[in-house]
Design a protein around this ligand. Structure first.
Ligand SMILES: Cc1ncc(COP(=O)(O)O)c(C=O)c1O
Length: 279
């Protein structure tokens, strides 16, 4: 969605700070649109993400640090505004694209919604976009008046959980939060610009936020591999473990319809997870 709009607006190219996936997506769509692509990602990002950008012809700049450091580099490098900055929530269109997940959920559930939805939240576009889609579908009448919107659960990494810290009142906001790298690269977002919007989704939906350790993410990946034949990303492993945790605390009930979103394939994280299948 963002690149289609960039093309329509007549820009020459796009630049993005990324934990990996958004940069790969931007590189692919820029290739198709004939736009220059500059992707700035942490040096420790698994090789598969960098490689894919190279194959799409993007320029990749590696930065020592997390996505927030990449953001600073993008601002410095693009000070003259020559490229369109596709940073999370700094342009309005990526969020509109993420609404597709909300539409597909409703469509595949025959225009009903689950009671609870768990999503691995980093920058927040998924959580905010899905919620926006649900609300708009209600307004449009695509969902019947008696369809209840789900309780939305943000799943974070213990190593980088700014939303949890703010939600539980240990900090006023994420501005000075110190995050660390995690196996779930997509969740290593220490200063999400959309923090207040994510908190609003949690509040409006009566949801919550859960943080999962890297070891537990691996355990979750093993469960889903061995029990379901799914090789999910660490973000997907985290979501499964968060659901188990919420069931154990009684926040989730066995008779509820619970939807878990997996946002990536374990294949891309081979640098991080190879050799860990047996625990
Ligand atoms: C695999 C994966 N899951 C989840 C996320 C979280 O993204 P967001 O919170 O913006 O939806 C990302 C972002 O990079 C990701 O790469």
């Amino acid at each position: 969605m963002a690149i289609s709009k960039a093309k329509e607006l007549g820009v020459d190219g796009c630049i993005i700070p990324t934990a990996g996936n958004a940069g790969v997506a931007m590189a692919a769509y820029c290739a198709r649109a004939g736009l220059q692509a500059v992707v700035v990602m942490p040096r420790h990002t698994p090789q598969a993400f960098k490689e894919e950008c190279y194959w799409y012809g993007a320029e990749v700049e590696l930065v020592d640090g997390l996505i927030s450091d990449c953001g600073a580099r993008v601002r410095q490098r693009n000070a003259n505004g020559a490229l369109l900055d596709i940073s999370t929530l700094k342009e309005p269109y990526r969020l509109e694209g993420k609404k597709t997940m909300g539409y597909e959920i409703a469509e595949q559930l025959n225009w009903t919604l689950p009671d609870v939805l768990l999503y691995p939240a980093g920058g927040g576009t998924g959580l905010i976009g899905i919620w926006k889609a649900f609300q708009e579908m209600k307004q449009l009448g695509w969902l019947a008046p008696d369809v209840k919107l789900p309780r939305m659960v943000a799943v974070q990494a213990e190593n980088c959980c700014p939303l949890l810290e703010t939600y539980e009142g240990r900090q006023l906001n994420c501005h000075s939060y110190q995050g660390r790298a995690t196996l779930a690269n997509g969740l290593a977002v220490p200063h999400p610009l959309g923090e207040s919007m994510m908190l609003r989704v949690l509040r409006e939906s009566k949801g919550t936020v859960v943080a999962v350790s890297d070891e537990d993410m691996l355990a979750g990946m093993r469960d889903l591999g061995k029990d379901e034949g799914l090789f999910v990303a660490p973000e997907g492993g985290a979501v499964w473990m968060a659901a188990r945790h919420l069931l154990a605390t009684g926040w989730l009930h066995r008779d509820e319809n619970v939807l878990l979103l997996n946002t990536g394939s374990g294949q891309k994280y081979m640098d991080n997870v190879a050799g860990r299948a047996a625990g």
